[in-house]
Design a protein around this ligand. Structure first.
Ligand code: GTP
Ligand code: MG
Length: 638
């Protein structure tokens, strides 16, 4: 199927975001059906929706990654981004948000505002996106539209306003514009034209957040929502300064590694018009990429197009060197758009290949899967020689392992999670590192004096050369630094990387013949070891920011449980009958939280967590970690 051409002002890119199970995928289906893009309403339960096509999504009945599909409505092209809402996959939504121009924040009718509703709201703020709340499942017997509207306003402010409350909306719009205020005072209302213009502006500037209601199952409010998108939400060119006339440039926001079709890249046209059979330069890799066939995404399928206007969303297959976050543009003009910054994943699992054959294919398969998800890390532990995969949580990693199995037939076992501990120092040291081997043959000589001090959390490492008079010849200074860094990478207490410390090299000596780089590197290592003996090394552990939402009756038990996990409660609020608990809890205590929380609350509570900071491990726990590391060291030496 080939799609017609749309000009920049006829394009709308909207994300459907919100809590898991709130009805985003079903709503996307209903919108596609209403727009004539599918011949009937496809439901998540049937496993055949347009935007959930991955094997894992079908079997779990939850979206795992953002599915994109286009439809036409009142001559506009709407690109729908159906985002995952589950805690462990919602980060995937964030990666796609640079490509959209508004967010439909879906709020579950029966359940109301939930943990990931807030997360999605925060994402919208981060990317400066207009937000329209969509209350789902309107026909459901437990949905009260009025109650959900109150909960939304209580949580996100009175600028969230049901479009049914026309008077209130008119007042809000008039409030922010002197001319409209005057008209409002004189006429007691606003003309239809001014109201519509005013609303558009207020939504774009995130001054007003309209609330609509829909039932995807009963096809209620779907056309109104589509109309609203076309009439009120901005075209890409209304929201961002995009050059429609210049040479073409694109930003890649998503990559799929298809076992058969190979690499599939999703992009937004950021400038000019992109035509098929053109070439663009990838400015990260300096690789000339050919865009043979251009298409518009439609879930797993694509609809071919001959060109795409500024602001439109496209798909292209088989780019050679391009990954998520890359900017490509015509050779004549280098252009860059910022990639989304992702935090380092703090939880790692060991992967054990089930057979030799699996081991051989593990790395190849994994590298393909990794292309799809820049938040994952795959590496080999220097200490244990195990393959490790780091991600956002157990479910995240399990989904990856399942994908590896289904797509590439690699069988691996996921082992107990590893916590990414770090080491640091609490005290300072002033030490000497001296390496000398001058018996027979060519000698070795390096000598350095260093001061070592703690740095603030997160500052990693700094090295200052404060020598004078050539006590350490300039060409050997980097060797001292390298020696220290290499030793620091293996830590001191339990083999975890040493971080947040500063080294000042202030003196040393050398030998005219026997000094060389290697000798000064050795001297650096020795200085590090000498420093650790006195600088009070300590273990650091990742601490997570945890948000739990629960019916009020479980709050007492959950608080006690958080305490038992060495957690610190940072805030509590009651909102429309449900209790929100915010806490900081060491990751080591959160590994089984999903299961424990379900058991403690009969599955009625939900939670979200993300890495927050590193903090000292209390002495008793630290002893255990150090003992475990020494034990492993010993069995390695055997
Ligand atoms: N009663 C009713 N149920 C609905 C409606 N829309 C969706 N549901 C049901 O809600 C459940 C979740 O729907 P999904 O569309 O998969 O939810 P989602 O928001 O995409 O969930 P994630 O992908 O996990 O974030 C399914 O059982 C749907 O059948 C509706 O309009 N009315
Ligand atoms: Mg979904």
């Amino acid at each position: 199927m080939t799609m017609r051409l749309y000009t920049s002002s006829d394009i709308r890119n909207v994300a459907l975001a919100g809590h898991a199970h709130s009805g985003k995928t079903t709503l996307a289906s209903a919108m596609l059906f209403a727009g004539g893009a599918t011949s009937r309403l496809l439901r998540t339960e049937e496993g055949i929706t347009t935007t959930d096509f991955d094997e894992e999504e079908v079997s779990r009945q939850h979206s795992i990654s953002t599915g994109i599909a286009a439809l036409e409505f009142s001559k506009k092209k709407i690109n729908l981004f159906d985002c995952p809402g589950l805690n462990t996959f919602i980060h995937d939504a964030r990666l796609c948000l640079p490509a959209v121009d508004a967010m439909l924040l879906v709020v579950d009718g029966p359940a109301g505002v939930q943990v990931q509703t807030e997360k999605a709201w925060d994402y919208a703020a981060e990317f400066n996106l207009p937000v329209v709340f969509v209350v789902s499942k309107l026909e459901h017997e437990r949905t009260s539209f009025t109650n959900v509207v109150s909960a939304i306003r209580e949580r996100f402010g009175r600028r969230c306003c049901s479009v049914e409350s026309r008077d209130e909306l008119v007042e809000m719009i008039a409030e922010d514009d002197d001319d409209l205020m005057q008209e409002f005072f004189e006429q007691g209302s606003l003309s239809a034209e001014h109201l519509s213009k005013g609303l558009k502006k207020e939504v774009l500037n995130r001054k007003v957040f309209p609330i609509l209601g829909v039932s995807a199952h009963k096809d209620q409010g779907i056309r109104d929502l589509l109309n609203f998108i076309c009439e009120v939400l901005p075209a890409p060119v209304d929201r961002m300064k995009l050059e429609t006339k210049g040479s073409p440039g694109i930003f890649v926001f998503k990559t799929l590694a298809d076992a058969f079709a190979g690499r599939v890249s999703y992009f937004k046209v950021m400038s000019g018009t992109l035509r098929s059979d053109g070439h663009l330069m990838n400015w990260r890799t300096h690789h000339d990429e050919r865009f043979a066939h251009l298409s518009t995404p439609f879930g797993k399928q694509v609809h071919e197009v001959s060109e795409l206007s500024t602001g439109d969303i496209g798909v292209v297959h088989k780019l050679k060197e391009t990954l998520t976050g890359d900017s490509l543009s015509d050779k004549s003009k280098e252009q860059h758009w910022p990639a989304v910054h992702v935090a380092e994943p703090a939880i790692a699992f060991a992967l054990l290949a089930k057979s030799r054959n699996d081991e051989d294919r593990l790395a190849t398969g994994m590298h393909k899967v990794l292309e799809e998800d820049p938040t994952l890390r795959f590496y080999r532990d220097g200490q244990t020689k195990e393959f490790l995969i780091a991600g956002n949580g157990q479910q995240h990693v399990e989904a990856i392992v399942a994908r590896l199995h289904k797509r590439y037939h690699v069988d691996v076992e996921v082992r107990a999670p590893k916590i990414a501990y770090r080491e640091t120092i609490r005290g300072s040291a002033d030490v000497q590192g001296r390496h000398k081997k001058q018996s027979g043959g060519h000698g070795q000589f390096g000598d350095c004096k260093v001061k070592v001090e703690p740095l603030a959390r997160g500052e990693q490492f700094s090295f200052v050369n404060a020598t004078f008079g050539g006590s350490v010849p300039k060409q050997y200074v980097p060797a001292v630094e390298k020696g220290i860094q290499e030793a620091a990478a293996h830590g001191w207490l339990a083999g975890y990387p040493m971080v947040d410390f500063k080294v000042t090299l202030y003196d040393g000596s050398y030998h005219d013949v026997d000094s060389n780089e290697m000798s000064f590197k050795m001297a650096g290592r020795k200085a590090f070891k000498a420093a650790m003996a006195v600088a009070k090394p300590a273990l650091l552990e990742p601490v997570m920011k945890v948000e739990v939402q629960t019916p009020v009756e479980y709050a007492g038990d959950l608080l006690g449980d958080i305490n038992a996990r060495r957690g610190r409660v940072a805030g509590m609020e009651v909102n429309a009958g449900s209790q929100m608990i915010r806490a900081l809890v060491p990751m080591a205590q959160m590994l089984s939280y999903q299961n424990d929380l379900t058991a403690m609350t009969q599955g009625r509570a939900s939670f979200a967590m993300e890495f927050d900071h590193y903090d000292y491990v209390p002495p008793i726990e630290a002893e255990k970690i150090i003992a475990a590391a020494q034990h492993m060291q010993m069995s390695d030496d055997e």
